[in-house]
Design a protein around this ligand. Structure first.
Ligand SMILES: C[S@@+](CC[C@H](N)C(=O)[O-])C[C@H]1O[C@@H](n2cnc3c(N)ncnc32)[C@H](O)[C@@H]1O
Length: 278
């Protein structure tokens, strides 16, 4: 899967308000495959044969409704994604304990070392929400706990859960690219207790977990909360991220409706990651 050459569109978006990660997620749902954040916006890529009027329509709706974006299209000849990523992706270290790096970076001197081939999936640890979810996992006991990583992206959180002793672990993502990329990263990190599943909350029927980690976005979390709660064991933990400080009341209201007890908040650049007890 390495050194894929893409011929496609270079679609440059300038967000006029904060929320670039949500914009990236929305563009991802619309069909764009990869994103590079630049100083004046986002470059979103899509293969030429995938591009159609429906996607253009989705972008125009996004533009008019939520984001007030200013976008231009550029057809590009080809991109070597691994080279792009090598230019844009530096290792990160969370709380001096856990590093997240690409295979081409030198091995760091940290207790936990996660290797992620980022390619086109979200979850390199650079984003505030991933960073805070890593902090939550580091601070909590995962030994022998069954875990669900909902919206696993690159699989980074599931991999850390396994390193912290969790088993078994289900890592679920509805995006085929994330599903394939998570499988690759799970193997790369020699994880033995993670099952990667392609799907959405509908795959959770009949399952039970001690801990659920879900870093997605406000609307999907609200929509799927009932499914999460119904598969969370009594006494279990729920970690949620992918939303802003301002979204806390609505998230908390829904969690309390399901009798979850708020326990801890982490915050970085207005993004938050919450811990609830069942
Ligand atoms: C913000 S990323 C988080 C990735 C990774 N867990 C992390 O913390 O860096 C959200 C992920 O959720 C996935 N996703 C979005 N909606 C979903 C849904 N309804 N069911 C399953 N996965 C979903 C996206 O494909 C994306 O990979």
């Amino acid at each position: 899967m390495s050194n894929i050459i893409y011929i496609g569109y270079d679609f440059k978006v300038t967000p006029l308000q904060p929320g670039v990660e949500i914009l990236i997620a929305e563009l991802g749902y619309a069909g764009f495959e990869s994103f590079v954040e630049t100083e004046d916006g986002v470059i979103a890529y899509i293969q030429k044969e995938e591009w159609n009027n429906e996607i253009l329509n989705d972008v125009q709706i996004l533009n008019s409704e939520e984001f007030k974006i200013d976008f231009t299209f550029n057809e590009i000849e080809q991109t070597n994604w691994n080279e792009e990523w090598e230019k844009n992706f530096n290792p990160i270290v969370v709380d001096d304990v856990c590093s997240v790096r690409a295979p081409f970076h030198e091995k760091p001197n940290t207790k936990y070392d996660i290797i992620i081939e980022p390619k086109m999936s979200f979850g390199t640890g650079h984003h505030e929400t991933t960073h805070m979810m890593i902090q939550h996992i580091l601070k909590n006991d995962f030994t022998n706990k069954s875990v669900l990583d909902m919206g696993c992206g690159t699989g980074v959180l599931a991999i850390l859960a396994e390193i912290k002793g969790a088993k078994p672990i289900d890592a679920v993502d509805y995006d085929n690219w994330c599903y394939l990329n998570s499988i690759e990263n799970v193997e790369r990190n020699n994880c033995k207790n993670i099952t990667v599943i392609e799907g959405d909350a509908s795959v959770l029927k009949g399952k039970k977990y001690d801990i659920i980690i879900a870093n997605i976005n406000r609307n999907i979390l609200l929509n799927d909360m009932e499914a999460y709660v119904s598969c969370l064991n009594k006494g279990g933990l729920l970690f949620l991220s992918g939303f802003y400080n301002d979204d806390i009341p609505v998230i908390q209201e829904v969690c309390e409706k399901y009798l979850l007890k708020f326990d801890e908040k982490l915050e970085r650049n207005h993004w938050v990651a919450l811990k609830f007890l069942n």
